[in-house]
Design a protein around this ligand. Structure first.
Ligand code: FES
Length: 163
């Protein structure tokens, strides 16, 4: 991306973030719904959104950055074509969630919180998906799967990546 294109993209992001902030700023605790809305539209909360939100909400950049980095639901980089969220809570850990995490690292080169170099897969950890009796559990692109093993998880991921 050349500097002009980058500048235009930043202007577009800033305008979009200002529009979202304007539509939600009257809500109580407006920062969180605004951040969710920004991520809903852009797929992530880009760094250039931080100063815009600070300005719009009369907060410091550190305040906004602190919230974005505190909540694991917010990502600051685009996600891969597929996102897998592996449950690491106790019931799933007891029946093999750790093996799924190792498998993701070995097969796709992603640790929790990372996106593969080819941009195909983002891996995240969550703590309970409400599917404890059918662990180990994971979500792939928002869809819940239970009783997973490495092969089944891979097959679900491959399908999600290819869609
Ligand atoms: S512990 Fe994994 S779904 Fe509840």
């Amino acid at each position: 991306m050349n500097p002009t294109t980058t500048g235009e993209a930043n202007t577009t992001v800033a305008a979009l973030v200002r529009d979202i902030a304007a539509s939600l700023r009257t809500q109580r605790g407006a920062l969180l719904p605004i951040l969710h809305a920004v991520q809903g539209v852009l797929g992530h909360v880009p760094p250039e959104a931080i100063p815009v939100l600070a300005d719009e909400l009369n907060l410091s950049r550190a305040d906004v950055h602190g919230v974005v980095s505190f909540y694991h639901d917010f990502r600051t980089e685009p996600a891969g074509r597929a996102t897998v969220r592996v449950c690491r809570a106790e019931a799933c850990q007891a029946v093999g969630a750790g093996g799924l995490v190792s498998h993701l690292r070995d097969r796709y080169g992603v640790s929790m919180g990372e996106t593969s170099r080819d941009g195909s897969l983002t891996a995240e950890q969550v703590f309970c998906l409400g599917n404890c009796a059918l662990g180990p559990a994971a979500q792939v692109n928002g869809r819940l799967h239970g009783r997973l093993d490495e092969d089944r998880l891979s097959s679900i991921i491959e399908k999600a990546i290819s869609q």
